[in-house]
Design a protein around this ligand. Structure first.
Ligand code: SF4
Length: 329
């Protein structure tokens, strides 16, 4: 099949609610991001967003709970203890987190993630999640992005009122991180076997990753029943081992996101960092971040990361013909 024939096929396939096969995903990822064919790919992805998700768009909020050194030392993360970037440990208090959740709910976030370093206690976060849900009513989903855990902990987190877990097998896992692949997969399996939903991104995408690796990560997310799959670029952080490897271009990130849109039968598709071209090409979910951030050397407790606000996200959605949805109303 030519690329244009494959784009037409992938669009039809997505509209019938099916995932795309590995070889087709790889061929779509192989299209040059600056080519007219990639424009056609993006246009098809945007049309799929119209048809299968009715142009509905969402924002989510992510709260980096602790700015503390993490002994896992992932080579792309500013919080790695070995890189010596975190000089002073800081973390939000419970009241500050509740306040941030409230602010996200007020601007219409559908999902709010509490994100921590690897060894933050799930039990403490579970208790906090219960407190958050009690204090801040709404139809938002509460997500945790934390370290590894087993099925017993997954069930307990669900009892506390946690709705979803963000977890993934990162690109370069076991090479740019010291995690055992089996441990990361075991956590995703625990989520799958529990009442919790799985949110998943193909990340941290860099120029070092092949189309085959990207396709395989996407398919892994599908295999583990992820209810949402997005793309996330690696941001080179000064002082980390991968600092000198450049970030992928906005068009490449938008292309990968468009392929995920075409390859996913259902569900929302997100991109991070926020990328306007990806919204033009079918991405319907954007994340606003605050607090500790593995993509930054600075701790930003009081303003949005890179000043990307809910207002900006909504403006992009409007510009590209989406209807912003606030589930909390
Ligand atoms: S990515 Fe997570 S596990 Fe790895 S060093 Fe950063 S906080 Fe720790």
């Amino acid at each position: 099949m030519t690329n244009l024939e494959l784009i037409a096929y992938a669009k039809e396939n997505a509209m019938s609610g099916k995932n795309l096969d590995r070889e087709s995903i790889i061929q779509l990822l192989s299209i040059s991001p600056d080519s007219p064919e990639c424009e056609a790919l993006g246009k098809a992805a945007r049309e799929v967003s119209s048809i299968i998700i009715g142009d509905k768009a969402y924002i989510s909020g992510s709260i980096g709970v602790d700015f503390t050194p993490c002994s896992m030392n992932c080579e792309f993360c500013s919080l790695g203890e070995k890189w010596g970037i975190v000089q002073k440990e800081v973390k939000y208090t419970d009241d500050e987190i509740i306040d941030k959740v409230k602010q996200f709910v007020e601007v219409g976030a559908s999902r709010i993630t509490l994100r921590t370093t690897e060894f933050y206690s799930p039990e403490i976060l579970g208790v906090l999640a219960k407190k958050v849900k009690k204090n801040i009513p709404g139809k938002y989903e509460l997500v945790l992005n934390i370290g590894e855990f087993d099925l017993e902990t997954a069930n307990r987190l669900a009892e506390f009122g946690v709705d979803c877990i963000y977890h993934t097998l990162r690109l370069g896992e076991g090479k740019n991180t010291k995690f055992a692949i089996a441990d990361r997969l075991a956590t995703m399996q625990a989520v799958k076997d529990s009442p919790l939903k799985l949110n998943f991104c193909v990340e941290p995408l860099g120029i070092e990753h092949s189309n085959e690796e990207i396709a395989d990560r996407f398919l892994l997310g599908c295999e583990y029943g992820a209810t949402r799959i997005g793309s996330m670029a690696r941001v080179p952080v000064k002082g980390t081992p991968l600092a000198d490897l450049p970030q992928i271009s906005e068009r490449r990130l938008a292309q990968i996101t468009a392929v995920i849109r075409l390859a996913s039968g259902t569900g929302d598709v997100s991109v991070h960092p926020p990328c306007e071209q990806a919204v033009a090409w079918g991405c319907n979910s954007l994340c606003i971040e605050i607090g500790a951030n593995p993509r930054d050397t600075e701790y930003v407790p009081d303003s949005e990361w890179k000043h990307f606000t809910a207002m900006q996200a909504k403006a992009w959605f409007e510009k590209y013909g989406y209807k912003f949805c606030n589930k909390n109303e």
